[in-house]
Design a protein around this ligand. Structure first.
Ligand code: UDP
Length: 377
């Protein structure tokens, strides 16, 4: 088994599953996927709680994309159902639509508004910062201090354990500000969920006669034993691949507490954010968007932590500089040993699920091109 591998894939998350499926289907390669966890789907993993409610074990994954072709590809492995990603933020004991929209502004400032008057109201409050260099400046330049302090400052402190001033502008820049009544969390064309869950989708993806999957298996257990004939795709933390030889990259971790309720619904929408209350950042009742109908429910409470599994790369200048040095090592490793680094941890970059799948498809095309030009090892 170990000497019959064209492609070795470390990580059975979205990237690993997509690259494995493509290599097996398109090129007929023999693929071995290893993952140290006892399940596939990486952080997209979902499972049924004791009461039968489908939950996202590692936090909510709201699938959205503008890429119709990508959705068509994924639809080979699952049916997709429409999903309504609606989030509210609890501020001063009240639930406001979040991202900030016209309704949020009306209720927060206690006056009725239309798009033009809301624009004037924000124009009076925005700080004149032409080129924000961090998340605090970014938000101040978009909405001013009152909204920043009510909705962003403490949430970001809790989420990242550092001040928004220490984070790149795109951290808070992920969240839009709207001057209409659109209450959806994101504006993408397709907002859908795989019917039956992500894990089912990725299990189907790996269900190919050329693909073998080894769970509960750390990459370190196989990296010296297996010499794949064509390539390796590594989706783990880039610093760990190189034994942290340049120092450890910072990651933010999360703890999830799941609470079951013998009632059909517990909260009015899928996610409630708590910028200024509690130790957790948000409560998620994922049943709102999975399409499951069930008489009971489960709510998860998400608490950011410094220690634990690496979830988020920390987007700030110092970590980008350290990552750039690891990136150089990775490029040499690709050239020398055909090891490709792909995914959130391997590229030290925050990707949404659709984006990371696009990365995986691009990685597969690169491997395919290079391997067509070079004989197998
Ligand atoms: N954020 C915030 N208040 C909120 C929600 C988000 O300040 O109510 C900031 C926070 O820094 C967060 C970032 O915006 O890390 C991106 O939010 P998003 O909801 O996209 O985070 P994710 O769901 O990816 O963790």
């Amino acid at each position: 088994m170990l000497d019959d591998v064209d492609l070795l894939v470390c990580g059975a998350g979205p990237v690993g599953c997509v690259v494995a499926e493509r290599a097996a289907t398109v090129l007929g390669w023999k693929v071995l996927v290893v993952d140290r966890r006892p399940h596939v789907a990486g952080n997209c993993h979902d499972s049924h709680a004791a009461n039968g409610v489908l939950v996202h074990n590692y936090g909510p994954h709201y699938f959205r994309t503008d890429d119709e072709q990508l959705l068509r590809y994924l639809s080979r492995f699952a049916d997709f159902v429409p999903a309504n990603y609606e989030v509210r933020s609890q501020v001063r004991g009240e639930l406001y639509p979040f991202p900030i929209n016209l309704t949020t502004l009306e209720r927060f400032f206690g006056r009725s508004l239309d798009t033009a008057s809301a624009e004037r109201l924000l124009a009076e409050r925005r700080l004149p910062i032409a080129n924000p260099t961090n998340s605090e400046e970014y938000v101040l330049s978009r909405v001013g201090r009152e909204l920043y302090e009510a909705f962003y400052l403490n949430y970001t402190l809790k989420q990242w354990g550092v001040h928004p001033r220490a984070l790149d502008p795109q951290v808070c820049g992920r969240v839009p500000v709207r001057l209409d009544r659109d209450a959806r969390y994101v504006g993408h064309r397709f907002q859908v969920m795989p019917n039956g869950g992500f894990t089912k989708l990725f299990v189907r993806m790996l269900n190919h006669r050329n693909v073998r999957t080894l769970l509960n298996c750390d990459f370190s257990e196989v990296r010296t034993l297996i010499r794949p004939r064509r390539a390796t795709v590594y989706c783990g933390p880039i610093d760990a691949y190189f034994d942290n030889r340049l120092g450890q990259l910072p990651y933010r971790s999360l703890r999830f507490d799941f609470v079951s309720h013998e009632t059909e619904w517990r909260q009015p929408c899928v996610q409630i954010n708590y910028p200024n209350d509690y130790g957790y950042t948000r409560s998620v009742e994922i049943k709102h968007v999975t399409g499951q109908r069930h008489p009971e429910t489960v709510v998860s409470y998400e608490t950011p932590t410094a220690e634990g599994e690496p979830f988020y790369p920390v987007p700030r200048r110092e970590s980008a500089a350290l990552y750039a040095r690891y990136r150089e090592l990775a490029e040499a490793e690709t050239a020398r040993n055909r090891v490709y680094f792909c995914g959130r941890l391997a590229q030290y970059r925050y990707f949404n699920t659709d984006e990371v799948i696009q990365e995986a498809l691009a990685c597969f095309q690169t491997i395919r091109r290079r391997c067509a030009a070079a004989p197998p090892a």
